[in-house]
Ligand binder design. Structure first.
Ligand code: PGA
Length: 226
């Protein structure tokens, strides 16, 4: 089964830093053996998306969010899913806890965004914490299991260094998987780095990585564990 190693740069990097990452990634790529099942994807700030698309950087590209509006129109500042035709990412994140906290996004909004992505032929990576799982699972009940990816991100684990691991990780993943149809990919996110990434091999379908994805070598090292 496929393994998704998804970096999320969040609101980091200017163009020089993007170029440096690309150069570092290209230089380090040959140092790591990656399983054929592993796909490396980086969710970049939207301003750099088209730039990187043209450059074909050697890793997959995603957006970090998409508009709740599903069509072209008078929505200043928004990026609507149909605008991605011709340079379409395979995946795009929705429902990140930072969007929920900073912009008050509800599960309903998250699912509307996911629907907009699906309509455009893009697979949504739907980020959830445990208290959102029941409602999200209900809203997704009619969806094909492989038409979306669930990113389980305990909010207290994000950017804190306190990654979920061991028995608690196992129990949480079991509970979460029980809410979705078999075959639904489930990845984990929250303070993952190359030191602890091994914890998630065999129990998840991949990772959503924030801070550690800002260094190309670190992202590759994490991917090489799967
Ligand atoms: P982190 O972020 O790896 O820096 O904890 C994860 C995320 O927000 O997806």
């Amino acid at each position: 089964m496929k393994k998704y190693i998804i970096g999320n740069w969040k609101a980091n990097f200017d163009r020089a830093a993007v170029d440096k990452f690309g150069a570092d990634f290209g230089a380090a790529r040959g140092d790591f053996h990656l399983s054929k099942e592993v796909e490396i994807i980086v969710a970049v700030p939207s301003i750099f998306y088209g730039y990187l698309w043209e450059k074909e950087p050697g890793f997959g590209l995603a957006l970090q969010d998409i508009s709740v509006f599903g069509q072209f129109g008078a929505h200043t500042g928004e990026i609507v899913a149909p605008a991605l035709a011709g340079m379409k990412p395979t995946y795009t994140i929705v429902g990140h806890s930072e969007r929920r906290a900073d912009f008050g996004e509800t599960n309903q909004v998250v699912i509307e965004k996911a629907q907009n992505l699906r309509a455009a032929g893009i697979t949504p990576v739907i980020a959830v914490d445990m208290d959102q799982v029941a409602e999200i699972a209900t809203l997704l009940a009619a969806w094909e299991p492989e038409s979306f990816i669930i990113a389980y991100e305990p909010v207290e684990a994000i950017g804190s260094g306190a990654n979920l691991q061991g028995e608690l990780l196992g129990e949480s993943l079991k509970l979460l998987r029980s809410k979705f149809a078999p075959g639904t990919p489930v990845i984990y996110g929250g303070s993952v780095n190359s030191e602890n990434a091994g914890e998630y091999v065999g129990v998840t379908d991949g990772l959503l990585i924030g801070g550690a994805s800002l260094q190309a070598g670190e992202l590759l090292k994490i991917a090489s564990k799967f």
